[in-house]
Design a protein around this ligand. Structure first.
Ligand code: NI
Length: 185
C-alpha cells in the first residue's frame, strides 16, 4: 500500500522518534509499505516520520545507483532502532533532496565514514561501517529520526533563500508526482 508522504512543516518530522519493539504490530507490512511508497516517489530512502510515524525505522534501496557504483547492486535494507556510533573522515559536499521537501535540492556537508548499529526486521543485530554516498544516505535518513531535515545543514544564507519555498511546501504547494500529506495549520 502506498502511504502519503508527510511534507515539510508537519510536526512529526521535528520529533525525536522512539525505538520500537520488534513485536510492533504490522511491522513487516509497514516496512513493505514504506518500500512501496519510496519506489512510487522514486526515492532511495524513506524514514518512518515521513509516513507520519514517530518510530525509529528507515528503509533504503540504493540499487538504482548501481550504474555508477556496482557495489550498490541489491542494496535494499530496512534499519530498525539504528544508532550511528561514529562519524569520521572528510567532510564531503554533495547535493541532496528529500521526498518531504519536493523540488528542493541543496548541497550539504556530511562526514565520509560512519559506523552504524541496527536491527534487521527479523531481529538480527548488525554493526556495519559505510563510506561515501551510502554513508550520506544513511545519515540523511537517520537525521529524520532525530527531527532533522537536510536543509537544516545549509548555510544561513541558503536557509534564508529557501525560507519562502519551504513555507509554500508546508502549505501543500508542490508539484510532487506522489501523494503527500499537507501539514495541518
Ligand atoms: Ni529526507
Amino acid at each position: 500500500m502506498i502511504l502519503p508522504i508527510t511534507l515539510y512543516g508537519d510536526p512529526v518530522l521535528r520529533k525525536v522518534a522512539e525505538d520500537i519493539d520488534l513485536k510492533y504490530e504490522g511491522l513487516s507490512e509497514l516496512i513493505e509499505n514504506m518500500f512501496e511508497s519510496m519506489y512510487n516517489a522514486e526515492g532511495v530512502g524513506l524514514a518512518a516520520p515521513q509516513v507520519g510515524l514517530s518510530i525509529r525505522i528507515f528503509v533504503v534501496d540504493l540499487s538504482p545507483l548501481e550504474k555508477d557504483e556496482p557495489s550498490l547492486a541489491g542494496f535494499r535494507k530496512a534499519f530498525i532502532n539504528a544508532k550511528i556510533l561514529e562519524r569520521s573522515g572528510d567532510e564531503e559536499l554533495m547535493e541532496e533532496g528529500c521526498l518531504s521537501i519536493p523540488g528542493i535540492h541543496e548541497e550539504v556537508y556530511r562526514k565520509n565514514f560512519i559506523r552504524i548499529q541496527y536491527l534487521e526486521p527479523d531481529g538480527t543485530p548488525r554493526d556495519e561501517t559505510y563510506t561515501g554516498y551510502t554513508a550520506r544516505v544513511l545519515q540523511h535518513e537517520y537525521d529524520h529520526l532525530d527531527g532533522v531535515m537536510f536543509t537544516d545543514h545549509c548555510s544561513p544564507l541558503r536557509k534564508r533563500l529557501l525560507k519562502r519555498r519551504l513555507t509554500e511546501i508546508s502549505k501543500g504547494i508542490t508539484n510532487a508526482s506522489y501523494r503527500v500529506k499537507v501539514p495541518k495549520m
